[in-house]
Design a protein around this ligand. Structure first.
Ligand SMILES: C[S@@+](CC[C@H](N)C(=O)[O-])C[C@H]1O[C@@H](n2cnc3c(N)ncnc32)[C@H](O)[C@@H]1O
Ligand code: SF4
Length: 431
C-alpha cells in the first residue's frame, strides 16, 4: 500500500509537475476553446439501465419511460446550446455509451440522434453500446437503420455461474444467441465486452471464454479484469459471499491466455484489454484525442480544459430547462498535464507514432519523453524505432497497472463525489 502510494506520488508529480489537481465549480469560457479546433469527436451518455449491476462504476439510474423522454428533450436543448460553438467543424467520431443506450431505443434515442445529425457536421458513423437482452431481431434492424455501424455488447461472462454472481439477467445460451444475431446483421464491427478474474474463476474458464468468442465470429473482444470500485455494492457482496480478489500476477496470467487465443485466431491488440480481427476497424470508446460530451455525466476534453456535466439526471434536465449548460466541474490543464494525458491514452492503445505527438504539441517526442521510453525499452516493456513506440504484451499490462495507480483512485474519488452531489463545490485531487 505504502509502495503503491509512493510510486503514484513520485511519478504523478514528475509527469504532471503538479501537487494537486483542482476541479473548479465556475463554468469555463468556451468560445475560444472551440475556435481552436479543426475537428472533434462526440460522446453521448445515456444514463439509464433496466437493472443496476452491483459491480458497475458508471453513472446510471433505473429506466423510467417519462424520465427517458425528458432526458431526450434536455439533450436536444444541450445540442442547440453547442451548435453555434461547434459551427461547421467536422465531427469525426461519434460514440454512444452509458448506462445502456439501447434502453432508450423506443424512448427518445432516435430524436436525439436526428438532432445531432441536423445540427452538427457529422462525418462519421455511430459506435454504440448495447445490452444483450435488447438485441431482438426487430431492435437490431432499428439499431442498424439509425446509422450504427459499430456495435458493442455487454456479454461479461460465458459460464452461467459467473453470470449469476454478476447478477446478469440472462443465461449463456441466451447471450450466445443474441451475439450470433448481431454478428449476422453485417455491422462493420461487433465488439463484445467481458470481465475476467471473477470469483474463483479458473484459467480453463478463461480459455473457454476466449475460444467461444472466436467461434461466435465477433470482430473484437474487450476483456477487463474485474475492478472493485469502492463506491459500488460489489465490496459488500464480495465480503458477504467470501469472494477473494485475484492479484496482479494472476490477472496477468489470465490475460496471457486470452492473448494467445486471439493472436492464433488472427486478431491484433488494439488496447491493453482489446483484441480486434485483422482488417476490421477497431471499435473505440475512450481514446479519441478531443471530444465534446453530451448528457448527464458527459465529459468534454478540449486541449487545455476537461469538464464534466452534472451526474444527476433531474439536475441536468433542470439546468437545460433554464437554458443553462449543465457543467458541474472543470479542470484547466497545463501543457505538461496535456502531454502526460496524451501519453497515458497512447500507452493504453499500446502503440503510437512520435510524429502525432509533434503534430499535437509542436514538440519533439524524444526530447520530452525519450529518456523514459529508453528506460522502458531496457526493461522490455516497449519497443521503439525512429517513429513508433509499441508496447510488448507484458508492457501493455504492467504499464497499465502503473497507470491504474492513478486512474482508479482519481476516478473513484471524482465519480464518488459527483454521484452524491449534483453540483459539488470544487474537488481537489492530491497527486
Ligand atoms: C456500459 S457497460 C456495457 C453496456 C451495457 N450497459 C451492459 O451492461 O450490457 C460497459 C462495460 O464495462 C465493463 N465493466 C463494467 N463494470 C466493470 C467492472 N467493475 N470491472 C471491469 N469491467 C467492468 C463491462 O464489461 C461492461 O460491459
Ligand atoms: S453494467 Fe451495464 S446494465 Fe449494468 S448497471 Fe452498468 S451500465 Fe447498467
Amino acid at each position: 500500500m505504502w509502495l503503491k502510494r509512493e510510486i503514484r506520488r513520485r511519478l504523478g508529480r514528475l509527469l504532471t509537475r503538479q501537487r494537486r489537481l483542482v476541479l473548479a465549480k465556475e463554468p469555463p469560457h468556451l468560445e475560444s476553446r472551440f475556435a481552436d479546433l479543426d475537428s472533434l469527436g462526440l460522446y453521448l451518455h445515456v444514463p439509464v439501465c433496466r437493472q443496476i449491476c452491483p459491480y458497475c462504476p458508471y453513472s446510471r439510474q433505473l429506466f423510467a419511460p417519462d424520465l427517458a423522454q425528458r432526458y431526450a428533450g434536455a439533450v436536444i436543448r444541450e445540442i442547440d446550446l453547442y451548435a453555434d460553438l461547434v459551427g461547421g467543424r467536422p465531427v469525426t467520431s461519434f460514440y454512444i455509451g452509458g448506462g445502456t443506450p439501447t434502453t432508450m431505443l423506443h424512448h427518445g434515442l432516435d430524436r436525439m440522434l436526428e438532432h445531432i445529425f441536423a445540427r452538427f457536421n457529422m462525418r462519421c458513423d455511430i459506435h454504440m453500446e448495447s445490452h444483450p437482452n435488447d438485441l431482438t431481431p426487430e431492435n437490431l434492424r432499428i439499431i442498424s437503420s439509425l446509422g450504427v455501424r459499430h456495435l458493442s455488447i455487454g456479454v461479461e461472462a460465458l459460464q452461467d455461474r459467473h453470470l449469476k454472481a454478476l447478477h446478469r439477467p440472462y443465461t449463456v445460451a441466451q447471450v450466445k444467441e443474441a451475439v450470433g444475431r448481431a454478428v449476422g446483421v453485417g455491422f462493420d464491427c461487433v465488439n463484445v465486452d467481458a470481465i475476467f478474474a471473477l470469483p474463483d474463476q479458473t484459467l480453463s474458464e478463461v480459455d473457454e471464454l476466449g475460444r467461444s468468442f472466436v467461434k461466435l465470429g465477433v470482430d473484437q473482444v474487450a476483456a477487463y479484469p474485474l475492478f472493485e470500485f469502492p463506491y459500488t455494492r460489489w465490496k459488500e457482496i464480495a465480503r458477504h459471499n467470501g469472494y477473494k480478489a485475484f492479484g496482479a500476477l494472476a490477472k496477468r496470467r489470465m490475460l496471457a491466455v486470452l492473448e494467445s487465443i486471439f493472436y492464433d485466431a488472427g486478431f491484433r491488440r488494439t488496447s491493453v484489454w482489446a483484441f480486434t480481427r485483422h482488417g476490421v476497424p477497431k471499435y473505440c470508446s475512450v481514446t479519441v484525442p478531443l471530444y465534446l460530451g453530451l448528457g448527464a455525466a458527459g465529459g468534454t476534453y478540449l486541449k487545455d480544459i476537461f469538464y464534466l456535466n452534472s451526474f444527476d439526471v433531474p439536475a441536468y434536465v433542470a439546468a437545460l430547462d433554464r437554458g443553462r449548460l449543465p457543467i458541474a466541474l472543470s479542470l484547466q490543464l497545463s501543457e505538461q498535464m496535456q502531454m502526460a494525458g496524451w501519453l497515458y491514452w497512447r500507452l493504453y492503445e499500446t502503440r503510437f507514432r512520435k510524429n502525432d505527438f509533434c503534430r499535437r504539441f509542436g514538440r519533439d517526442f524524444d526530447e520530452v519523453y525519450g529518456r523514459y521510453i529508453r528506460a522502458l525499452a531496457l526493461l522490455g516493456l516497449v519497443r521503439q524505432n525512429e517513429d513508433e513506440v509499441v508496447c510488448t504484451d507484458g508492457g501493455a499490462y504492467w504499464l497499465h497497472w502503473i497507470e491504474d495507480l492513478f486512474s482508479i483512485d482519481y476516478v473513484s474519488r471524482l465519480w464518488g463525489i459527483c454521484s452524491r452531489d449534483p453540483w459539488p463545490e470544487g474537488v481537489a485531487l492530491e497527486v
